[in-house]
Structures are given as structure tokens and as C-alpha cells.
Design a protein around this ligand. Sequence first.
Ligand code: NAD
Length: 552
Amino acid sequence: QFIQKYANHPTYIPPRGPELHAKNWQAEAALRMFLNNLTDEVAEAPADLVVYGGTGQAARTPEDARKIIEVLLELEEDESLLVQSGKPVGKVRTHAEAPRVLIANSNLVPHWATWEYFNDLRKRGLIMYGQMTAGSWIYIGSQGILQGTYETFAACGDRYFNGDLRHKLLVTGGLGGMGGAQPLAATMAGATFLGVDVDPDRIKKRLETRYIDKMTHDYEEAKAWVLEAKERGEAISVGLVGDISDVLEKLINDNITPEILTDQTSAHDPINGYVPNGLSLQEAKELRQHDPAKYKQLSLKSMARHVGFMLELQKRGSKTFDYGNNLREFAQQGGEQNAFNIPGFVPEYIRPLFCEGKGPFRWAALSGDPEDIRVTDEALKELFPENAHMIKWLDEAQEKVAFQGLPCRICWLGMGEREKASLLFNQLVREGKVKAPIVIGRDHLDCGSVASPYRETEGMKDGSDAISDWPLLNLMSNTAGGATWVSFHHGGGVGIGYSQHAGMVILADGTDRAERCLRRVLYNDPAMGIFRHADAGYETAQANAKEFGLEL
Ligand code: NAD
């Protein structure tokens, strides 16, 4: 009955309301968030179980999805489900304060960690690409990256444009699951925005969710719209259907130099993500299937051309940065030797936040009632009245962010703040101020949970970029601390071979058990970021370690 109502492939619907379907709220939370990842409004392609980020899936096959649901419905508080690359493989005996689900996705022994080897295993049904939050069941739609993107654009504005992005044009490629947050982040930060995507359906989805203002297939029309808006200092966003490199070439020929230039096409996957220049979507689909080696060759060549145009615009004055999709590496493989002249966004704008243990803290209201998120927003504002930046963010988000699936919120919080916020949420549940428990999680793109030398750990002060002991320690401390589900993945963001990272989600159900777990996990998790950066020699992280009494 439950399967018929909530998980009739390809239609997945998270249950809402205060009633339990599973035997306890811990399993119910995993169940609802799993279904939320796959629901129409949230997932980019639910029929393929693809949530976002190229081919990032929540379960390996529809049968595995069904089995995961069946097990979660019956899971006791002293059992934990093991998930291997989207397939439930067994249960282990644990205890009430242990994670209910232990997930490992896409991991390969390093020597074998290539897309070719991975794709072969995937074709044989042995593995699944989990991206970051797809396979760890805490993807919350484009809002999940919205604040990070907003912080990045705003930091770029602070550094180069006196904190004012009015009359500035921001150009980018890719308006998919994550990239789709760029138009709203840019307009919230005050800029005029032009985003290019080959797939019109992706842009339509952003229109429906109010992340983008306008859409066109016509370059001249898009150009006229953005140039007029820029002139007037109007923060509007335009989605143009096309190949990003063709559009950059046209901008160069028309002598238009955007002030800010970046990219979020799914370049991390040269076969199942990036669409090579000159191919229609249908042609790309067919070539992928019939000749992946040729596809890859075309993809790398196109990325080299794409980055070549970005470098030209950088020379002409565009503030250009890589946005975490491994575009530079594949452009270099395609022949663009200067690709790494473009800086990465983490060392440019985000690392100082990581040194404070800050990162993409997020939560979802399991009741399904948007009012619950409003209650949490208001409670946070009362808890941190001195944090003007956070309050501005929450006010804007309340006004401008349309929820996808279960109502949720993202808000970058640091050491100390995350623990306090989580205890407050637990209290709201205990006192019945919200209608059902709340789950708290984060992206794997966080201060202490990832090793990714072309992204989160690019250019570390002590050269420790590729050491992945850190995300493993993060996983272990969150497991030991009692997160509600934990995960360890490979290849998120930048693709197979280039990253390893850990995820965690924890339930606030108003119980004393939850309070003990929250106190441990939401202390340990941001502390890992401070340990990581203090150990690498960042002085602000060392100072923060002292301030928060972390014993280094
Ligand atoms: P997605 O697969 O949902 O969307 C990618 C989009 O790129 C698609 O809409 C596709 O049509 C478009 N595209 C592909 N080739 C193109 C081309 N040549 N020209 C124009 N458009 C093209 O992926 P996503 O979830 O939006 O993620 C985008 C990328 O960003 C991925 O590589 C992902 O790993 C990375 N990422 C970055 C961050 C970050 O914080 N910066 C976070 C998550 C993911």
C-alpha cells in the first residue's frame, strides 16, 4: 500500500504530516528524505533515479529503491541498513544512538578510479554515481546551493566591485540542478545575469521554480535584454538556450565583456554530463550510447574551446573563476594548456569561511508544512540577533525561494552556531511549535568533510590537497557521534578519480536521545573543518580552535 501511494516508480512522493509509517522517526526521516530526493519537483530525472549533478542517483535501480523503502519501513532502533552504491545489501546490529543507515557510494580503489572503469562497472549494474547529496539523501533542490552561490558572487563583488554588483553582467553556463541556483543568487546579489544551457527543459524548470526571470532561444534577444538591464542597473536573469562556448564566442565577437564569468555545466563527467559543441541533445544521447570514446574526445575538445574563450574574456577583464565542476582539468586534457590560469572558487572566496568551521548547514521540515520553516527562520533570528548577514539572508530567502519538495532551508553556519541551532530545533519539536521532527544535514562540500584538489582542498597552504584521511575521519566522528545516517562517497562535484567526501544527516525529534546526538555531531562536524585547516597552517583556523576550546 505504501509503495503504491508513495513510491510507484517513477512517481515518488515523500509522506507529510505527523504520523509515522516506519517504526521510529529515525527510519521515517531517512524514508521521507530518500523519497524527497526522488520526487518530481526535486529530482532532475526521477525515471532514471537521477537527482542532480549529471548522473547523481539516490538508488541504483527501481527495484533497489523499492527494497530500501521496504527495509526502512521495518527497521528497528537497534538495526542499521547498509547501502552499497544505491543498493541495500544487509542490516547490522547497532543501538539507538547509532546511525540508522550507513551508505557508501561510488568508491573505488584509487588505481582503478577512472570514469572508464567506473562506467564499465555501472553498465554491469555493480555501482552507482552518488554525486554528493543525491546518494546520501539530503539534496533539497536548487536552494541547497543557493546561499553558497550567493556568498560567492557577493564575495566577488566585495573584492572587485566595492560590494556593488548593480550595472554588472554575470555570465555562466549550465542551469541544471545546482547551476540553476546561479540566476537567483546573482540577482539577489544585485547583478544582471545571462545563463546558457543546451537543454530548454532545464531552463523551463528554473522558470517554474522562480529561479530565473526570462527565457529565450535567440542570442540577439538575450543580448538586448541583459544589456538594457545592465544599463539600468536592473537585477534580472535571462536563460538562453544554446551551447555555452558558442555564446561566449559571440560575446567576444560583439565586444561584450561580462564583469563576472564562471561555469556550472556538468563538465565533471565528459561522457554523461557535458554536451559537446555542435551536437543536438538527441545526437549527444545517441553518440554516448554507441561510441563513448568518440564522445569523450569531442567533449574534451569542446571544453578546451570553451575554456579558451573564458581565458580570452579573462584577459579582457572578466573576473573569471572555476565553479567546482572540473572544467579546467578536462579542458587541459582537451588541449588548453592554460586552463589552470583560471582560479578555483574555494581558494578565491570560500576558504576563509571554512577556517571558521562554516559551511552549508541545511534543514527540512518533515511535516511538509512551509509554516514550520517560517517558525525555524524566526527562531534562528531570535537566537542570533547580532548576525545581521544571516538575518538578511533568511529574510530574502523567505521572500524569494520557492520550496521544491519538503520545505527546507539552507543557511551557512559555523562552529558553535550549528550546535546551538540544532538544539533550538530539537526544542521546537519537543514543545510542539513545529508539527513534526526536523532533519538537519549539509552538503558534502563543507569545511571538514572533503578531499578534492581541484575544488574544496585546492591549493592548501601545506600542500595536503589530495590527502583523504580527513573526510574519513569526518565520517568516523559523525558515525561515532550518532548522526542518523552517514555516507562516504567518491567523485562528487569534480568526477571519478578527483574527490572523496563524507555526508551526514541528523534528526531532531524532540527527544533526549536526539539532544545527546545533536550535541556530539554538530560539535564534531564543524570542528573537523577547524582541525583540517588549523593543521594545514591557516592562522584564522588556529585562532578559532583556541576561541572554541578545541584541543589541537
Ligand atoms: P546538472 O547535470 O543538473 O546540470 C548541468 C547542465 O549543464 C545541464 O542542464 C546541461 O544541459 C548543461 N550543459 C551541458 N553541456 C553544456 C554545454 N556545452 N553548453 C551549455 N549547457 C550545457 O548538474 P548540476 O547539478 O547543475 O551541477 C553542475 C556542475 O557543477 C556539476 O559538474 C557539478 O558536479 C558541479 N557542482 C558544483 C557545485 C558548487 O558548489 N560549485 C556544487 C554541486 C555541483
